[in-house]
Design a protein around this ligand. Sequence first.
Ligand code: FEO
Length: 393
Amino acid sequence: MRKIKESIFEVGAIDWDRRLFDKLIPTPDGTTYNAYLIKGSEKTALLDTVDPPKADVLFSNLAKADVSRIDYLVAHHAEQDHSGTINEVLMLYPEAKVVTNEKCKSMLMDHLETEEDKFIVVEDSQSISLGGKTLTFMNMPWVHWPETMVTYLAEDKILFSCDFFGSHLATNQLYAEQAENVYESAKRYYAEIMMPFRTHIKKHLARLADYEIDIIAPSHGPLYDNPEYIINAYKDWVSDDVKNEVVLPYVSMHDSTKTMVDHFVEALTERGIVVRQFNLAVTDLGKLAMALVDAATVVIGTGTVLTGAHPLAAYACFLANALRPKTRFASLIGSYGWGGKMPEQIQGLLSNMKVEFLEPVIAKGLPKQKDFAAIDELADKILSKHKEIGIIK
Ligand code: FEO
């Protein structure tokens, strides 16, 4: 349990050992499931719960905080890492009502089978008073599910933002400035789950500008007592600005593609373009997602398996397509043995990305002089495109 201010505590759990989320997202630095306890002069509220395997930590913290009654259990988000222990809390504190919006209520009934009479449904901007502590709820859909909401505690100027502004970082240090790797963890988190909802997040940031916020208290990772730090980082990530960077995820079976990748990296380097290269056979997909947040261009490198891209390259494209980064240009370099339709296939896999597809370079077997020349031309094309959009002077 960690005290934030008088009568306000963090009572969730640190998960030092978690290494994968949703059986998909790498969490190399673990995570936390923050839950917050707010004691008013009349009522007590618990904001969110924890992932079910950590329920005992939550209950132990509630006991330490001497909580004999919970009036309101605020559910910001129906995903189980925050909501999964709601029914257990309701069993231990049977007087508690789950306070949430209509959509989240419906999802909690679907996912947890929470009984309908346990809910108090609140509208956007509605407030409830705990006695000297006023909670105002704001619907902020698509950070990163459709039902998500946040709570603003007016008297203490704290925004409880749930997943929004979160980071997968296991630490017992309360505030971000005390913890290491916060920027990277927060960016990784944004890249992996928030990036597809950039447009929604822009609107939410604009709405929050009307509120005086001293502390942002997310449900993963450390809190921010300098909220501008994370707000400005988000503003940068959701902006339309891209950087003079090429993301180059590649996979090579017999080194033809790797030889092309090496030549391409050299060509881009000579032209002053930053390269972020990822060997898909070993890469942390979270790092690849982070690189996609900012880069102007993505170029896939892959050999041909049967008639198509290597499955690792196809997977990377599928992932990038789902994350919908603001990338402006895309292309492909690679090789084949006897035939194939890789360019059409890769282009099809990236159909969600609003990119201009630049002429790919595909070599038969080992790359020859003409293939290296074509790679130089691709590097020239990328340079001129980056100049065209004003990211190189
Ligand atoms: Fe941390 Fe979307 O749950």
